[in-house]
Ligand binder design. Structure first.
Ligand SMILES: [Zn+2]
Length: 263
């Protein structure tokens, strides 16, 4: 599932391939993936328009439109972006296809179709209405601690709660907690300031590193869980075996020997 580092790599990709080209054709195929708009309005807004810039917040990508407003993309479980030179090369599972007048096309693809495509006039207002917290790479340490310290929930659920901090999902939350030596069911309000500072520090370090390698799991070999979430793996620290548990309805992988339960 695309988390902050993937979406940041999508953002850069859009910047590098698809800005400032007049859109001459728009195809949209999955109406249940629409957010805040209709198919007719989406097509009408995009046709003759240009993608003019990008903004990411958590797992949302906002692509600024030259004639005002933003195209919103949320990547669900399997969303991706692709620029193709030839019309015949349209990628599989294309949901939205923007054909550029000069040449080439931009495609938003999603095989599982759990993502979202929408139009947003005011990004800040949209984020406020959603109740989304600050981006995980923008939030300050003090704000992070303020938001977390009185939560009477487990740390895995809290890290993945986009209303507390936006951008962390299943895979990176497992790694953050592995690096902190914290069991995913540790109680947030029992961690104390020091404990939360450490979670913040690991979160920022890991996400920055993942962003710097464009979320390429093969270049995150100093970390353990990214690209590698399984039970029964050998823990690189203690040689014990990783375990699986459902925590707050989400899958958690962890080393029971290295990750202490604070409760
Ligand atoms: Zn271990």
């Amino acid at each position: 599932m695309p988390e902050l580092p993937e979406v940041e790599s999508f953002r850069r990709y859009v910047e590098e391939t698809s800005l400032n080209q007049e859109i001459s054709g728009v195809s949209f195929r999955n109406e249940h993936m629409l957010l805040n708009t209709s198919k007719a309005k989406l097509v009408k807004t995009l046709k003759g328009n240009k993608l003019a810039g990008t903004l990411r917040h958590g797992k949302y990508l906002f692509i600024r439109l030259a004639k005002g407003g933003h195209l919103l993309l949320h990547f669900g479980l399997t969303g991706d972006v692709a620029y193709v030179d030839e019309k015949d090369d349209e990628p599989r599972f294309t949901v939205l296809l923007l054909e550029f007048k000069k040449s080439g096309s931009f495609a938003f693809t999603d095989s599982r179709q759990m993502g979202k495509v929408g139009l947003v006039d005011d990004v800040n207002k949209f984020l406020r209405n959603k109740g989304w917290g600050p981006d995980a790479l923008q939030v300050t340490k003090d704000e992070f601690i303020d938001r977390f310290e009185s939560r009477r929930t487990n740390i895995k659920t809290a890290l993945m709660n986009q209303k507390l901090v936006a951008g962390v999902g299943n895979e990176f939350s497992d790694e953050i907690l592995f690096q902190c030596g914290l069991h995913p069911e540790s109680r947030v309000d029992k961690l104390g300031r020091k404990g939360l500072e450490n979670v913040y520090k690991q979160m920022v370090t890991i996400l920055k590193k993942a962003v710097s390698v464009n979320a390429d799991r093969d270049r995150l070999s100093q970390y353990f869980f990214p690209g590698n979430r399984k039970a029964g793996l050998e823990c690189p620290r203690c040689g014990g075996k990783t375990e699986f548990k459902t925590v707050g309805g989400r899958s958690a992988y962890f080393c029971p020997s290295c990750q202490e339960l604070v409760a």
